[in-house]
Write a new protein. Structure first.
Length: 202
């Protein structure tokens, strides 16, 4: 469960970092299952650091990841925020370099949350998730679409330019620095990006 202070922080800013959520045994399981899937994916399309890869982690061959669908530590927090919830997907991402500013909904009325975690220690200059605090709230959320480098239509047509360091860093944001034991809980409507990541960030 989230404490009252954590819940207030999430509702106000749209994200919260859950420090030391996983223990070392769980981190090892996450790491092993991730690399297992990454190796399989590379047999179909060799990863060369230029194109992001995404793998489904709900199968019998990734039991720890799959178990997160029913992990009470996650479900209880989701239900505090949204009441009854329907877990949608568990995936692993193999990121490359920067990620442009975006949110994860097609309309502000879409509500949901995401739990994100990384195998690498994430800092502000090596790919940590960056967020614009409070950008899940109206009218702030829609107002931000007036800024060219945040505008949905412009970003979709200009992915390469949108992912440049200049266009990411000129927007004031908060870098969520984490260790592999930490989890970031964030509202799908919040604007987020990353800067300075390696060609193989996970």
């Amino acid at each position: 469960m989230l404490t009252p202070k954590q819940l207030l922080t999430f509702n106000t800013f749209g994200f919260i970092i859950l420090k030391n959520f996983f223990n070392e045994k769980e981190v090892t399981a996450i790491r092993n299952e991730y690399y297992y899937k990454a190796n399989i994916a590379s047999t179909f399309e060799l990863f060369n650091g230029t194109k992001r890869q995404v793998f489904d982690m709900t199968g019998d061959d990734t039991p720890f990841f799959a178990s997160l669908f029913e992990d009470e530590r996650l479900l209880s927090k989701a239900e505090q925020i949204h009441g009854k919830v329907l877990p949608q997907q568990i995936q692993a991402d193999r990121h490359t370099k920067n990620t442009y500013w975006h949110h994860d909904v097609t309309g502000w009325e879409w509500k949901g949350i995401k739990f994100a975690f990384y195998l690498d220690a994430m800092k502000s200059d090596n790919g940590a998730l960056r967020v614009i605090p409070g950008s899940h709230l109206q009218p702030w959320h829609d107002y931000l679409d007036n800024i060219k480098t945040l505008k949905y239509k412009w970003v979709r047509k200009n992915n390469k330019s949108a992912a440049s360091g200049q266009n990411i860093l000129e927007i004031p944001g908060y870098a969520c620095e984490t260790t592999p034991r930490d989890v970031i809980l964030f509202d799908l409507r919040i604007y987020h990006s990353s800067y300075g990541g390696s060609p193989d960030r996970h």
